[in-house]
Every structure is written in C-alpha cells, then in structure tokens.
Design a protein around this ligand. Structure first.
Ligand SMILES: *Cc1c(COP(=O)(O)O)cnc(C)c1O
Length: 394
C-alpha cells in the first residue's frame, strides 16, 4: 500500500557527528569559556543594566575551576564575585582577580584577619560579629565594608533579630559600612508555597525599619538563579547572585511557575578514557557484588573513572554514558576508579574517549539527568567532579 502523502516523513539532514578526541588523561572536563561568558551576559540582559550581577564561584566555581571562570567573568565586566569562604577568596586574589569579592559563609575567628588583609568583603550573620568587625576596623583605624544577612525565613544563616535592635547595632558600629543587605530563599523554585513571598515581605520590613533609622545599604540582594530565571522581579533589587545559571543550569520549578525568561547552556563536558574492552559470554557477573549478570554475550568497556572521580556510586546498573553517539548503560557497581559499560556493537577500543556528561551528535547527558539517575541534585553532581579530573578550557 502506498502511504498517503501526509505520512511521508522527510529524511532528517545528516548530523555531523565527530566523536570526542582521545586525550592523554584518564578523565577530564572541558569548560567552554565562551559559554560561561554567554551565560553571564544572558543573565545581565534579563535583569537589565540597573541590576548588578554577582556570579557565585564558590566550591571552585561548582568545580568548573574558580580561577579560570573568574577571569572570564572579570574580563566580561563582572564587578563582584561571591565565594563561600576566605580560602576561596584568597585563591582568587592570588590569581590576580581584582573584582570585589563577597565571602558568604565565613567570618570565623581564625579567618577574619586574612579576610580583611585580602580585601574580601564579609557577610555578617550576627550582631556579635558586626561588633567584632567594628572592633577590628577600629584597631587599624580603617572603615570596613560588609553585607548583612537577614534570616527572612530559611532558618539557616542570618539575623533573626528585632529590626529596631539591628538598626541600633548598625548605627553603633561606626567603623563599619553596611554596604549590602541580603537574604536567601529556601523554596524559590516551588510555586506551590507562599514561602518566598513571605520571605520577601519579611526582608522588606527589615529594610524599611533600617531606612527609617537612617541605615540605607546601597545593595539589597535576595536572588540566586531561580528568581532570576523565572522572573521574580520583586526579588532582584540592586543585585542578583546567580551560580547555577552561570554554569548553564536552571532547576525545574514546581507548581504553576511562570515561563523561564532566561536561556543558558551547560559550559562543561566530562569525558573518560577507555582502559579495556572485552567480550564476555552470557551469564557473566560484572563488578563488585556481582550486581549485574549478562543476559547475552556482551562487549564491555572499562572506563578509567569511578566514584573517586565523581561518578555517583548510585549510577551502578542505573546510569549511562555516551559511546560513539549512543547511550551505553553502566553495568554493575561503579567502583572507586573504574566503571564498566555495555558498548553493544560499537567498535570502540582502549584509548578512545566516552562522554560522561555532555553531547555527542544528537545525544546529551547533563547534570540534571545524572542527578535523576542517582537520586540527587544537579548541584551535587557538578560539585562531585573530583579535583583529580583534569580541567581543560576551550
Ligand atoms: C550558592 C548560593 C547562591 C547561588 O545559588 P544558585 O542556585 O546556584 O544560583 C546564591 N546565594 C547564596 C547565599 C548561596 O549560598
């Protein structure tokens, strides 16, 4: 029977497919500087020129490499970068980064001196620490700037103190300029709860009491990636703090979320080299615990990367990698330094590269997909890529 014309399917155009190049590393990531820059610029055009974009480069820039990423961002006009702790800030200063650097989760007694010596700007989480910063500044007859964090409802770091008392404490800290006032959301991506609106209201009550007392921080900031990406404009104020989106990720929202207004793409691909390829008969047990038994004769490749490199152990018998442009299932347990995959009929050989995270031809695996397989979150997958995995910048 001749198919009706409406059923004629146009052949797809030939996809240009080139396998990843073999490189002399067991496992490596390739980070695209151009994509980091494009993501930063996409965020800037969404929030507009009146909102400062402070990229978050903590945890070694979500393992993309904080120094390289920060250099790109500084060259593209970032005036601020955010890190978690003093050591991360010092590493950037030692590499020559000259932007303002906000240290979001430190001001421990043993890091304060270094923090100030390296011109890092602390986030202050308590009135005791504010008084201590004031005292330190007094001993050096300098004026120090800080950002003050309010716990508007997340129940983690930040002040939960009566706003009049906070105002009084700031006014009493003569040697400190509270340059920024910030808070962090617990459920920004969940549109089934009012928690974010309540946090915004609580933050605004604090800001308004401070204003009436004559305390007017220049930079109010509340938003990480999600409130930017889903257009929660009320939370943008003078500054936003995207991390995930800089690296090309936006977590899916829950409930009746508005459409995304930000488009970004992953900047990192992760590859591994094949150490060995072999044929095994049906019934072969594979790996620790004999967790997998082949149901037919199989061609298995052993990759030179395991959970010590950051492949989640939970991917055993569950995840896949990309081999020659096709998904190849992980078989058996992921070991510390090795992972075994079913490469089917592919002609892959030792020394060839496979893709753990990234794209080959029309097939992609991103950190969100790996997180679904592993029962975790994409942040944890990215942060789990171990330091021993070689970083390359393209
Ligand atoms: C990590 C962090 C961010 C960035 O969050 P993303 O979801 O990665 O954009 C922003 N603000 C604070 C306080 C953080 O700890």
């Amino acid at each position: 029977m001749k198919p009706s014309s409406s059923l004629v399917i146009e052949p797809l155009p030939e996809q240009a497919y080139t396998p990843p190049s073999a490189l002399p590393y067991r496992s490596w990531v390739e980070v695209s500087r151009a994509q980091i820059a494009a993501n930063f610029e996409a965020i800037g055009s969404v929030v507009g020129p009146s909102v400062e974009v402070m990229p978050v480069v903590k945890a070694d820039a979500y393992r993309h490499g904080a120094v390289e990423v920060s250099r790109v961002l500084e060259s593209r006009g970032a005036n601020w970068l955010a890190v978690s702790n003093t050591d991360e800030g010092i590493a950037l200063r030692d590499a020559g980064i000259r932007t303002r650097i906000l240290v979001m989760a430190d001001f421990l007694p043993f890091t304060r001196e270094a923090m100030l010596a390296y011109n890092l700007t602390p986030v202050i989480h308590s009135l005791e620490d504010l008084a201590e910063l004031n005292r330190l500044a007094g001993t050096r007859s300098e004026r120090y700037r800080c950002h003050l964090k309010i716990d508007s409802g997340m129940g983690r770091l930040g002040l939960r103190t009566d706003s009049e008392i906070v105002a009084g404490a700031i006014l009493a800290a003569h040697n400190v300029e509270v340059e920024g006032l910030m808070t962090h959301f617990a459920s920004a991506g969940n549109y089934q709860t009012e928690q974010t609106e309540e946090q915004i209201r609580s933050f605004e009550r604090m800001a308004s009491v401070l204003r009436s007392a004559g305390v007017c921080p220049k930079l109010l900031h509340l938003s990480s990636t999600i409130p930017v990406a889903y257009g929660r404009v009320a939370a943008w104020q003078q500054m936003v703090r995207p991390g995930h989106a800089i690296y090309g990720y936006i977590s899916p929202a829950r409930g009746h979320a508005p459409g995304k207004i930000l488009q970004v793409k992953p900047a990192l691909s992760w590859r591994a080299t094949i150490l060995s390829v072999k044929e095994v008969p049906s019934g072969t047990l594979v790996g620790y615990g004999g967790m997998y038994r082949t149901s037919r004769a199989m061609r298995l490749a052993v990759l030179a990367a395991g959970y010590a490199d950051g492949i989640p152990h939970r991917l055993g018998n569950r995840g896949s990698v990309i081999v020659r442009g096709k998904l190849a299932p992980i078989v058996g347990a992921v070991s510390m330094d090795l992972t075994t995959v079913d490469v089917m009929d592919s002609d892959i050989k030792p020394g060839d590269a496979v893709t753990l995270l990234g794209t080959e031809g029309t097939v992609s695996i991103d950190a969100q997909q790996i997180a679904r397989w592993a029962g975790t979150i994409s942040y944890s997958v990215l942060c789990g890529i171990h330091a021993r995995v070689k970083r390359l910048y393209v």
